[in-house]
Design a protein around this ligand. Sequence first.
Ligand SMILES: C[S@@+](CC[C@H](N)C(=O)[O-])C[C@H]1O[C@@H](n2cnc3c(N)ncnc32)[C@H](O)[C@@H]1O
Length: 223
Amino acid sequence: MVKKRTSRDKAVRVKTAKKRKNSSTRWLERQLNDPYVAKAQMEGYRGRAAFKIKEIDEKIGLFEKGMLVVDLGAAPGGWCQVAAQKGCKVVGLDLLEIDPLPDVDFVQMDFTDDDAPDVLIKMMDNQKADVVLSDMGPNTTGHRNTDHLRIMMLVELAYHFCKDVLKPEGTFIAKVRQGGTQNELLAEMKKDFKTIKHIKPPASRKESSETYLVAQGFRGGNA
Ligand SMILES: C[S@@+](CC[C@H](N)C(=O)[O-])C[C@H]1O[C@@H](n2cnc3c(N)ncnc32)[C@H](O)[C@@H]1O
């Protein structure tokens, strides 16, 4: 468990430098006062995001030794680290490069590229995956509808990919915006998976509208 800051803990304040925007100052202050950031540094994780998948894993028993896991939007590599530590073989993809990690095969590319699914399938040695994860998040514009459409496009692409590569009984997890999962997609998912739920792990900031769609018990994957 991560110790939450109390009012008695002294919060770190950052002076607004002339060249630093207010939003950057707020980001810096949040990082410096975030217990998950400190814990990630102490435990050798590449970012606080690692705790989101750790907490989901603790809740649903996601990872098992020997599983093949695909991690979309993997940089800087926190989720890859957690899955690899649990004995999984990980295939990761991101627009950004990551430093190499043991048991992680990584490609730097845009998942929206037409070639991305084939590249990933090759990296998986044509084996089916036990778990497909997507923590992909496009840069936000601040315009609610545009941001919603962008993230939903990535979720839908990841979902169609997962249907091609998951084993029967496999799990798909994707970052979505709260209240934003389109009904049509949810209806399709309910047919393809035995259970669908939303999990907001404690490591996901309360003020963020992100939540994770967790689909378990894939009914397809036999072909
Ligand atoms: C929140 S970060 C992921 C953090 C990661 N789960 C971890 O634990 O380190 C979201 C990532 O999605 C990636 N991303 C966004 N759009 C993408 C796309 N079209 N293709 C590949 N990666 C994308 C971003 O580059 C970013 O690194």
